[in-house]
Design a protein around this ligand. Structure first.
Ligand code: ATP
Length: 301
């Protein structure tokens, strides 16, 4: 799947200014970004649900606008907050969706794959958040798609239900389906995605593996320690690659590039300071994300 030069404005608001990326077959590709970044507009354009103003999208060679009918057979979509009729049962929803496809996955098989077998007669309104999400993934998979689009899949789920849903998404990927996942959650992107595009202000700001994004960020390494003697914090701030130095309740924390910890330790040695409770940890996607999405606002036409 490839997206090049995608642009979409609503009136004077430019939701997507210029977005491009390639998604490899069989990967979980994450689209991460703050509210209003243009994520939903991007994936709904890929699904053929919105018409871009400019740009080229190809999904297995198909143009989502021109080849809409064929595309719907190839792409399964679970859209943001997809709500079904409250009284529809799980079995009825699976049957209804199956009717759209020539060769659907049999309902019983799909229900047991997604842990819905005991819930078939239950009405949608009585399902828990996690069960509703499992059903929405099932509905996205009914037509044996090659690509599934999942938009804010685990928003509002408790930690156990989120992990369960993540396991299901990995299972889907492991059957060869390409997964395009929109998320706000750094933790989700780090746990689940093979590669992540960070979108902000309608543009791709970075695209890499989660680990690659962390190591590229200004705060790839976080070094913290206590010291019984005074530390020259200015000397630490001047070290090449150090992004920030702060003190909180006697703990000094230095964030910096990947190799900054060694430099920090040698500066402490030169100052005659021996640190205690020394910790050196890898920065998280959280800090990388904040570095990469700082201060981007949407453009206007
Ligand atoms: N149908 C629409 N009509 C008018 N403006 C829209 C429409 N859809 C989106 N927008 C605007 O376009 C911008 C991008 O919205 P979009 O939903 O694509 O972002 P998002 O990254 O998915 O946000 P969120 O994380 O909040 O869902 C926002 O400013 C939004 O208000």
């Amino acid at each position: 799947m490839s997206v090049t030069g995608l642009r979409k404005a609503y009136g004077t608001t430019v939701a997507v200014a210029d977005v491009g990326f390639d998604v490899r077959a069989g990967e979980i590709f994450g689209i991460l970004g703050p509210n209003g970044a243009g994520k939903t507009t991007t994936v709904e354009s890929i699904a053929g649900l919105r018409t871009p103003d400019a740009g080229t999208i190809r999904v297995h060679g198909l143009d989502p606008v021109r080849d809409r009918a064929e595309l719907t057979r190839l792409v399964g979509v679970q859209l943001q907050e997809s709500k079904l009729q409250p009284k529809i049962t799980v079995a009825e929803a699976l049957e209804l969706w199956s009717a759209f496809y020539a060769d659907p996955i049999p309902s019983g098989e799909l229900a047991s794959r997604l842990g819905l077998a005991d819930l078939l007669q239950q009405q949608f309104r009585t399902l828990s958040g996690g069960q509703q999400q499992r059903l929405s993934i099932a509905l996205a998979l009914v037509g044996r798609p090659k690509v599934v689009i999942l938009d804010e899949l685990t928003t509002g789920l408790d930690p156990r239900a989120r992990r369960e849903v993540w396991g299901l998404v990995r299972d889907v990927r492991d059957t060869g389906v390409t997964v395009l996942l929109v998320t706000h959650s750094m933790e989700e992107a780090q746990a689940l995605c093979d590669r992540v595009a960070i979108i902000s202000g309608g543009r791709v700001r970075a695209l890499d593996t989660p680990d690659g994004l962390v190591s590229r960020a200004a705060s790839a390494t976080v070094t913290s320690f206590r010291a019984s003697t005074t530390v020259d914090l200015e000397a630490l701030r001047k070290i090449d690659g150090v992004a920030s130095v702060r003190t909180d309740s006697g703990v000094i924390t230095v964030e910096g590039a990947e190799d900054s910890a060694l430099e920090v330790l040698s500066s402490l040695a030169a100052q005659g300071v021996s640190p205690s409770k020394l910790r050196v940890v890898e920065g998280s996607l959280d800090t990388a994300y904040l570095d990469l999405t700082a201060d981007h606002v949407l453009e206007t036409t």
